[in-house]
Write a protein that binds this ligand. Structure first.
Ligand code: GH3
Ligand code: MG
Ligand code: MG
Ligand code: MG
Length: 319
């Protein structure tokens, strides 16, 4: 849309005087614009909602509600959508205070009647230019907001598996500890590490290793699927789980399920000293509601249990 070949506009013309409306509508029509007429501010607000005009030309002094009221109403509605519709006041009031009040109420320009058609046309041009800039700014802002949200998501997620990354996990752990303290529920932290994963890569290649990590991630996600459970890729081939409202017995049940599901999935591991399939070792620790558990302390305890699982034969969970 350029100024030399302007698209027709949908313009809402508001005036309680029918002859004024008619005269403005006549000029706008000659310029090729579509006119919507309203004889009162209340009716204008309804038509504004219904037709979403590109521009509003409004009188100020009208019975019941005035043009300021209308401008206020339009601006209020626009705060929800981020849109902006130019509002030009056309009034016989020529005092400085009326102009100031009109702008303060949300008007963008103020013309005194009668308006020369050339001036009206020029003002429409100016407003159209501003509206285009505002629209572009709005689009850029939205794009930036989307990009920012995506960056924030990426900052706490792992690109390979789509799970939380270490940072995301640490944030989640803090929140979950606070939640369990409030609700007086036990909380379990579990760390799983793939057994002999270096040999997996050596045997099948790094790409297959990546595929395998993705599969393991989604299997763990399926296994720990209560709404408050979080599964993270904590490091290279290490996964960490935070399980709110989970006592030791529940953690043990989950650990057994993980071992069982990995056995039946039987992802081939051609070079493991432990089994012919991909296995996990894990450690977990449970923080009881009355204890004052700290994130570091929980992670250290789960890690120590994992170390025991490795030392005592792998493909097992200690907790
Ligand atoms: P253990 O049973 O004692 O845990 O033996 P391991 O071989 O799994 O442990 P180690 O710490 O010796 O080696 C971990 C391996 O995990 C080495 C590394 O190449 C692999 N690894 C870590 N991150 C990735 C990854 O993103 N992709 C792939 N393909 N491999 C990874
Ligand atoms: Mg009037
Ligand atoms: Mg490891
Ligand atoms: Mg390992």
């Amino acid at each position: 849309m350029t100024d030399s070949h302007p698209q027709p506009l949908r313009i809402l013309v508001v005036d309680d005087d029918e002859s004024v409306r008619g005269s403005i509508a006549y000029h706008l029509d000659r310029l090729g614009h579509q006119v919507i007429e309203a004889s009162s501010a209340a009716w204008a607000l309804e038509l504004f909602e219904r037709h979403r005009p590109h521009m509003v030309l409004s009188d100020i002094v009208m019975p019941e509600h005035d043009g300021y009221w209308l401008a206020n109403g339009i601006r209020q509605r626009e705060t929800q959508t981020g849109a902006w519709t130019p509002i030009i006041f056309l009034s016989s009031l020529s005092e400085a205070t009326s102009v100031a009040d009109g702008i303060a109420a949300g008007g963008d320009d103020y013309l005194t009647k009668p308006v020369h058609p050339l001036v009206l046309e020029a003002k429409l041009h100016a407003m159209r230019r501003l509206a285009r800039m505002q629209r572009e700014l709005h689009e850029i802002t939205q794009e930036l907001q989307r990009a920012n949200a995506e960056l924030q998501r990426q900052a706490v997620h792992d690109a390979l598996t789509g799970l939380l990354n270490r940072r995301g996990f640490n944030e989640q752990l803090q929140e979950s500890i606070a939640l369990c303290r409030r609700t007086q529920k036990p909380l379990t932290v579990m760390i799983c590490d793939v057994d002999h994963f270096k040999q997996y890569n050596d045997a099948l290649g790094h790409q297959s290793g990546d595929d395998c990590l993705r599969i393991i991630g989604s299997m763990l996600r399926q296994l720990a699927r209560r709404p408050l459970d979080s599964v993270a890729r904590y490091g290279g081939e290490e996964f960490a789980l935070v399980l709110p409202d989970t006592p030791r017995s529940g953690a043990r049940t989950l650990a057994n399920a993980i071992t069982r599901v990995f056995a039946s999935a039987a992802l081939p591991h051609p070079n493991s000293a432990t089994a012919s399939h991909v296995t996990l070792s894990g450690g977990f620790t449970t923080c009881n509601p009355d204890a004052d558990c700290q994130p570091d302390q929980l992670l250290r305890a789960a890690d120590a249990a994992l170390y025991d699982a490795k030392a005592t034969g792998r493909n097992r969970f200690v907790g």
